[in-house]
Design a protein around this ligand. Structure first.
Ligand code: S3P
Length: 192
């Protein structure tokens, strides 16, 4: 619930549409999603956390046992189930955008791309890459660049592009709330 305990006026205008946060690994989807959901009195879901809970295993283990394909299949199933629900902020895994069928669900809501930029992403990933199975290669930076180049055109399909600077997640959430009304059609007024 937001600070005043009253629902944010945007909540009504959103009409229950889910907000999907997309972006590369370490772009801050979960840390921004939580305050965003709180401000809007929305629920919060992290697709990676749901997958881990359902599989009863951490993501790296799922990758090693089921392969990337197995993980992607679970990811699509989880997204499809989430798409049946409403009023959620959803932090997605970095690769969610790569399957065309996932866009059928994503486009039912509002898609928000968080982009801290290559250097900042690499800095963050350098500090914590152990949990990222796709980067366990001989040259993680080159692997990252390949993935980023491949996904960039997909991320740009998002409805809202957020260039993340030095702000804290709370500040980014506020910035998103400030811009969201521009994506919503103005209320229709009828003269009686
Ligand atoms: C992935 C990103 C991860 C996780 C999995 C695959 C990717 O999520 O879904 O390791 O393909 O970029 P985060 O984006 O939350 O790190």
């Amino acid at each position: 619930m937001n600070k005043s305990q009253a629902p944010h006026p945007l909540k009504q205008r959103l009409g229950g549409r889910n907000l999907y946060l997309v972006g590369m690994m370490a772009s801050g989807k979960s840390s921004t999603g939580r305050p965003l959901a709180e401000q809007l009195s929305y629920g919060f879901v992290d697709t990676d956390a749901v997958i881990e809970q359902l599989a009863g295993q951490p993501i790296p283990k799922i990758f090693s046992e089921e392969g990337e394909e197995g993980f992607r299949a679970m990811e699509s199933q989880v997204l499809s189930a989430i798409g049946q629900r409403h009023s959620l902020v959803v932090a997605t895994g970095g690769g969610m955008v790569s399957k065309p069928e996932n866009w059928g669900v994503l486009h039912q809501g509002i898609v928000i791309w968080l982009n801290p930029g290559r250097e900042e992403l690499l800095r963050r990933l350098h500090a914590d890459s152990s949990n990222r199975p796709l980067l366990q290669t001989e040259d993680p930076e080159a692997t990252f660049d390949c993935l980023f180049a491949e996904r960039l055109p997909l991320y740009t399909e998002a409805d809202l592009h957020v260039e993340v600077g030095v702000e804290e997640p709370d500040g980014i959430a506020l910035k998103i709330i400030e811009f969201l009304p521009q994506l919503l059609s103005p209320p229709v007024k009828m003269n009686g």
